[in-house]
Design a protein around this ligand. Structure first.
Ligand SMILES: O=C(O)CCC(=O)C(=O)O
Ligand SMILES: [Fe+2]
Length: 223
C-alpha cells in the first residue's frame, strides 16, 4: 500500500529558530509585493542609484539603494557620500507602518511595536549569482529588531551565532513575501545569503527574476 505519510512529509522540517529570530512565510500578499516592486523602481530612479558597495578592494555582488540613511561599509550618513553625494529619499510612512505590523506579527510585543520607528531601509537587489557573506548588522546604535522582507526568487538565508561567522548556523529558505525578524538575543547574530535559487520567483510578485530584500532598522542616530 502506498503510505499516506511518506518520507516527503519530512522534506522541509520546521526549524526552531534561536530566541529573537522569527520567520513568517507569506507575510506579504502578491499584490503588496508587486506594489513594493513598483516603489523600488521609483527609488532606484531617484536621487541615488543602485550601487554595489565597496569593502576595501572588493565590490559586493549585491546592489543596494537606501532610504532614510545611506549605509556604506561601515557607517550611515544622510548623503550617499560614496555614490553621488545626494541625500537619500526619506523612509515613507507606509514603510514605518509596515515595519510595525511586521514586528507585531512576529513578536506580539505591543509596547515594542508601538515604539518601533525604523529610520533606515536598505533595499538590496540580488541578480545573477549575487550573494552576501556572513556579517553582523552592527552599524546601528540602536539594538531594536531588524525587519527583513523578501520579494522575488527564493534564497537560502543563513542565520549564525553572535560570536563567530562560522558554525553553528541554521539555513532557512526565504521565499517571495516572507518576513524574517531578528532582534533580542539574535540581533547581532552573523547572517548571510549564500545562494539565490534562480527561476523561483512566483508569477505576479512583480519581479521576473532576481530577488529584492528590504531590511528596516532603527539607527538610533541623530541628525
Ligand atoms: O538579503 C537578505 O536577506 C539579508 C540582507 C542583509 O543581511 C543586509 O542587508 O544586511
Ligand atoms: Fe545584514
Amino acid at each position: 500500500m502506498e503510505p499516506l505519510f511518506g518520507d516527503d512529509v519530512l522534506a522541509r522540517p520546521a526549524v526552531a529558530l534561536p530566541d529573537g529570530a522569527h520567520h513568517l512565510p507569506g507575510f506579504l500578499t502578491l499584490e503588496q509585493q508587486r506594489w513594493i516592486v513598483a516603489r523600488f523602481h521609483e527609488w532606484t530612479a531617484g536621487p541615488v542609484p543602485l550601487r554595489a558597495a565597496r569593502i576595501g578592494a572588493h565590490e559586493m555582488s549585491v546592489r543596494t539603494v537606501c532610504l532614510g540613511w545611506h549605509w556604506r561599509p561601515y557607517a550611515y550618513s544622510r548623503e550617499a557620500v560614496d555614490v553621488n553625494g545626494n541625500r537619500v529619499l526619506d523612509v515613507p510612512d507606509w514603510m514605518v507602518r509596515l515595519g510595525r505590523s511586521a514586528l507585531a506579527a512576529a513578536t506580539g510585543d505591543e509596547a515594542a511595536t508601538a515604539a518601533y520607528t525604523p529610520d533606515t531601509a536598505l533595499v538590496n537587489l540580488y541578480e545573477g549569482d549575487a550573494r552576501m557573506g556572513m556579517h553582523q548588522d552592527k552599524d546601528e546604535v540602536s539594538r531594536t529588531p531588524v525587519v527583513s522582507l523578501s520579494i522575488g526568487d527564493t534564497c537560502r538565508f543563513r542565520l549564525g551565532n553572535t560570536r563567530t561567522r562560522t558554525r553553528p548556523w541554521q539555513d532557512v529558505d526565504l521565499a517571495s513575501g516572507d518576513l524574517f525578524v531578528f532582534g533580542g538575543p539574535s540581533r547581532l547574530a552573523y547572517h548571510g545569503v549564500p545562494k539565490v535559487y534562480p527561476g523561483t520567483a512566483p508569477e505576479g510578485c512583480g519581479l521576473a527574476s532576481g530577488r529584492i530584500n528590504i531590511t528596516l532598522r532603527e539607527t538610533g542616530l541623530e541628525g
